[in-house]
Design a protein around this ligand. Structure first.
Ligand SMILES: [Zn+2]
Length: 297
């Protein structure tokens, strides 16, 4: 059989020796097809690789003791992520931990299938674990009113971590930073990746956008207190993280792909080192939150 995967009657047949990837049913949304465009995987820096789609990030981190994956994008993205991992020469079955920036269908939707394929442990904040095991935004989520239509495949058995806790896998340590605001349970993850003698500070940044379903007020109402102070603390927290390379949950929110394109001229993965992009991300989030607060008032 040809090494290329064959699409037969809608089923993806894996090349010989590779397990067939079992996807969950796709979710339809106005932006979904654009977000889910396939993208070739690439090395970001050292042991960190981009394995997501054009519009939804997923990052693979390799260690001497197995793989770590951050975010699963949409249910229909999971097979693309699996394929990207294999294209890089790694195996989805070797993923030991799956982390999640936040518990919306476009970042958590593919996790259940990726966890089935790998038997990986899914790791989240306690608030995030509630949403993951339910398979939808929780009542305290600004987008809860959309939860009926924005549900995603639930994830059983989520391991919870404390804010600031470090997850150690082989020679790699990743630190979790709780970043509530966009969702109650969102997390941002940091680690160091090295190439030859240089190590850099990597940040996988949660969404920091003050987006809600109609009727929700970040400034609070009779059903819940203001979220403004907490959201500002989250933005300041992400802003203060040591950051050489940031991957945001939506890759277009930083210059990751622009810096990838620069490679053909300059070569090497130093092209991804871009602290200005880290600062621009939090500055834009603060401006957008201020605008939202002004609109609510
Ligand atoms: Zn979201």
């Amino acid at each position: 059989m040809n090494v290329l995967k064959l699409v037969v009657l809608g089923l993806i047949v894996a090349p010989q020796g590779e397990p067939e990837f079992e996807s969950d049913p796709p979710i339809a949304c106005s932006a979904c097809d654009g977000w889910n465009q396939a993208r070739e995987p690439f090395r970001i820096y050292g042991n960190a690789y981009y394995v997501g789609t054009e519009g939804l990030s997923s990052v693979l981190i390799t260690t001497e003791d197995g793989l770590i994956l951050i975010d699963g994008a949409l249910p229909q993205s999971a097979a693309l992520i699996d394929r990207n991992i294999r294209k890089l020469g790694f195996r989805t079955e070797d993923v030991r931990f799956i982390l999640n920036s936040h518990m919306h269908f476009d970042h958590a939707g593919g996790i259940a299938a990726l966890a089935r394929a790998s038997d990986a442990t899914v790791v989240s904040s306690p608030a995030g674990a509630k949403a993951l095991s339910k398979g939808s935004a929780t009542e305290d989520d600004p987008q809860f009113a959309w939860a009926d239509t924005d549900g995603f495949p639930p994830v059983e058995d989520v391991r919870t971590v404390r804010d600031g806790e470090t997850l150690k896998v082989g020679d790699q340590a990743l630190t979790v930073h709780f970043t509530p605001g966009h969702t109650p349970g969102g997390t941002t993850w940091t680690w160091r990746s090295c190439e030859e003698e240089r190590c850099v500070d990597m940040v996988y940044a949660d969404s920091l956008s003050a987006v809600s379903a109609p009727g929700f007020r970040f400034t609070g109402d009779s059903t819940h207190p203001s979220r403004v102070d907490g959201f500002r603390e989250t933005i300041a927290k992400v802003e203060a993280l040591p950051c050489d390379i940031m991957v945001a949950a939506h890759p277009g929110f930083t210059k990751l792909f622009d810096n990838f394109e620069r490679g053909s001229q300059e070569g090497g993965n130093a092209r991804f080192i871009d602290p200005d992009s880290c600062r621009a991300y939090t500055a834009a989030a603060r401006t957008a939150l201020d605008k939202r607060i002004a609109e609510e008032r």
